[in-house]
Design a protein around this ligand. Structure first.
Ligand SMILES: Cc1cc2nc3c(=O)[nH]c(=O)nc-3n(C[C@H](O)[C@H](O)[C@H](O)COP(=O)(O)O)c2cc1C
Length: 378
């Protein structure tokens, strides 16, 4: 049994167990990956102010994100093709999040469909929406998320055009994977993954295939995706989406104070400072570097969340100290899932909770809701 002590251990195990095409899809950023690296590195530059001899009994990590109670201020980020990291991945991750008491966000580009995840969980999850040109399909998707009782809509605004990830091009990323000789040789070294995939029927984009026009199989899907993401998306679209949805709305992909003002004025309940995990504009600053400017600009008007590069409870604490109400983790939970399925996601969350709790205590705080920039050195 491999001893798992930190997120890096989960990453290493996932690399051994997940076929290269899907491991690389998770562990990569666009072009030179400079923003992907900066997301992680910039967290390390923030140093804590250690305090001692403070009563540390009865500590609490409980908080709220977009009005929802959370066991700690962390949510699972929407990630495409999660059901390719591990068979039935979205269902397993949603279950782990539900048991832990934090939100799970289902991506538009998931393998398990909205209805399928709803059928296998007992509490509401969040749904992430990509806006595509086929507005009938988008309207139906919003209605499906409502019917499934999703409790927040996360509207992603930073993917109207696609950043290039070299590895995905080299690996010929597809779902399900094409059975080339190279892919078959790679998969032969990943027997657990293969057994899982053979045991499930969920191997396609569940929200799309059979629901969008002219998409009945995967071979037409990649062409459909590049044609469908709508480059003309604007703030007026946010308005009709908000109206059609009618529930909690979270806007994802804000990196600029001016955009943050527009997001606040749109009437959304929260915004996510995010550069899509360094997968879109290579050369953009890290999310944690962008956070303070956005908090200063609109922190009184709208709840602010962030994601990108969170790899530990210490990173969660740093983001909360700089004004984030909560953070999302993408790759850390994907590594957990690829390494050990549902138990791996739970392990990932346990690790982060423990690190967050103990680090908060070292900073002399007992309640995450009392954490502010005073715990960081200037
Ligand atoms: C493999 C992968 C797939 C992703 N797919 C989506 C997606 O479908 N929708 C979306 O809004 N964001 C997507 N993202 C971005 C994540 O929601 C999140 O912004 C990012 O992963 C945060 O950075 P982290 O991975 O360093 O935690 C994806 C990220 C990864 C790593």
């Amino acid at each position: 049994m491999t001893l798992i002590t930190c997120i890096e251990d989960l990453r290493r195990l996932a690399k051994r167990r997940v076929p290269r095409m899907f491991y690389d899809y998770a562990d990569s950023g666009s072009w030179t990956e400079s923003t992907y690296r900066a997301n992680e590195e910039d967290f390390q530059k923030l140093k804590f102010r250690q305090r001692v001899a403070v009563d540390l009994n009865n500590r609490s990590l409980r908080s709220t994100m977009a009005g929802q109670e959370v066991a700690m201020p962390v949510a699972l980020a929407p990630t495409g093709l999660t059901g390719m990291q591990h068979a039935d991945g979205e269902i397993l991750a949603a279950r782990a999040a539900e048991k832990f008491g934090i939100p799970f966000t289902l991506s538009t580009m998931s393998i398990c469909s909205i209805e399928d995840v709803a059928a296998h969980t007992s509490k509401p999850f969040w749904f992430q929406l990509y806006v595509m040109k086929d507005r009938d399909f988008i309207n139906r998707l919003i209605d499906r998320a409502k019917a499934a009782k999703c409790s927040a809509l996360v509207l992603t605004l930073d993917l109207q055009v696609l950043g290039q990830r070299h590895k995905d091009l080299r690996n010929g990323l597809s779902a399900p994977p094409r059975l080339t000789v190279a892919n078959m040789l790679d998969m032969a070294t990943k027997p657990r993954w293969c057994a899982g995939m053979l045991g499930t029927s969920r191997r396609q984009f569940g929200n799309i295939v059979g629901h969008a026009q002219s998409v009945s199989d995967m071979s037409s899907l990649s062409a459909w995706t590049s044609q469908q993401f709508d480059p003309s998306l604007s703030w007026s679209d946010v308005e009709w989406i908000k109206k059609r949805w009618g529930g909690k709305l979270i806007i994802k992909g804000i990196m600029d104070a001016e955009d943050a003002r527009l997001a606040a004025n749109s009437g959304a309940d929260a915004l996510i400072v995010s550069n899509h995990g360094g997968r879109q504009l290579d050369g953009a600053p890290s999310s944690i570097a962008a956070l303070p400017g956005i908090v200063a600009a609109v922190g009184r008007q709208i709840e602010i969340h962030m994601d990108g590069g969170v790899r530990s409870g210490q990173d969660v604490l740093r983001a909360v100290a700089l004004g984030a109400r909560g953070v999302y983790i993408g790759r850390p939970f994907l590594y957990g899932l690829g390494a050990m399925g549902e138990a791996g996601v739970t392990r990932c969350l346990d690790i982060i909770r423990n690190e967050l709790d103990i680090s908060m205590a070292f900073c002399g705080k007992r309640d995450i809701q009392q954490v502010s920039s005073e715990i960081l050195l200037p």
